[in-house]
Design a protein around this ligand. Structure first.
Ligand code: NAD
Length: 242
């Protein structure tokens, strides 16, 4: 339990996830002080409910912080990674659709600061990944298909979570295929289907609130300050596994 609130920078603050993070942080003032909310276009009034807003172009001038949380877009990722590496501060990022070069930059920066990138911060999806790997191991030769559904504004496809589930299936020996649906305001649904002759198994996760991702990211962010440089995982931080 922190006695002094952690100073957090929220990157992508005006977005769906950024807004959920700001709301949850405001609900726990003993744990969190938002010292910078960074967004592509900040509001005209630069301080909103005590939170100072900065434009992405002003990132270099933000005040000191203990940890940064990034839920932006791939084009916003490099600057926030560079900021954290330069200032020696930890970063939690849930931004999906990163290019391979950006993943390599993340690996390189993890030699300087503690970092955690996850395609999904929900506990349910962490368990789903375990189930998918076990099912794939037990069902050699079955077809494996991953169908993901998200709101119409989502930019990347397949989703980062679908790709992570695919990696779990591959570890179990399956060769997954992907399908993506973009419809309405769906927060996020992932169906992993294993189909054999005359039978099939469907494993489904449905997110009905973005708060599950925001809570997971805040939980992870509270555990990074003071740690050694490295690339941390949700499983490692939350469940002590690696
Ligand atoms: P959104 O479009 O609602 O918000 C994006 C935010 O990023 C906005 O505040 C925008 O101003 C900011 N932004 C865009 N370009 C920027 C730049 N160049 N520099 C700084 N800020 C910039 O998106 P969202 O639904 O909030 O999702 C954000 C990201 O998080 C997406 O990549 C999404 O796939 C991912 N996501 C991850 C998880 C997870 O658990 N890992 C969960 C939900 C969403």
């Amino acid at each position: 339990m922190n006695t002094i609130p952690l100073r957090v920078l929220i990157h992508g603050a005006s977005g769906r996830m950024g807004q959920a993070l700001l709301r949850l942080a405001a609900e726990s003032p003993a744990s969190w002080q938002v010292v910078a909310a960074v967004t592509r276009r900040p509001p005209a009034q630069r301080v909103v409910e005590g939170v100072p807003y900065f434009a992405a172009s002003e990132l270099g001038g933000v005040p000191d912080f203990d940890v940064a949380i990034d839920f932006s877009l791939p084009e916003g990722f490099d600057p926030v990674l560079a900021l954290c590496a330069g200032r020696g501060r930890p970063l939690v990022s849930g931004t999906t659709g990163l290019e391979p070069a950006q993943r390599q930059a993340l690996e390189a920066a993890s030699r300087q600061v503690p970092l955690l990138w996850a395609s999904n911060f929900s506990v349910g999806v962490a368990v789903l990944n375990e189930l998918v790997e076990r099912a794939a191991l037990a069902l050699p030769g079955w077809d494996c298909d991953i169908v993901e559904s998200h709101h119409v504004h989502k930019k990347d496809a397949p989703s980062g979570t679908a790709l992570t589930l695919g990696e779990s299936a591959q570890r179990g020996g399956a060769q997954p295929r992907y399908a993506s649906l973009r419809a309405g305001d769906i927060v996020g649904e992932h169906l992993v289907q294993f189909a054999g002759q005359g039978e099939r198994i469907e494993l489904v996760h449905r997110a009905t609130s973005r708060d599950i991702f925001a809570r997971g990211a805040l939980q992870a962010a509270s555990r990074l300050p003071g740690r050694e440089a490295g690339l941390y995982t949700m499983r490692g931080l939350l469940f002590g596994a690696n």
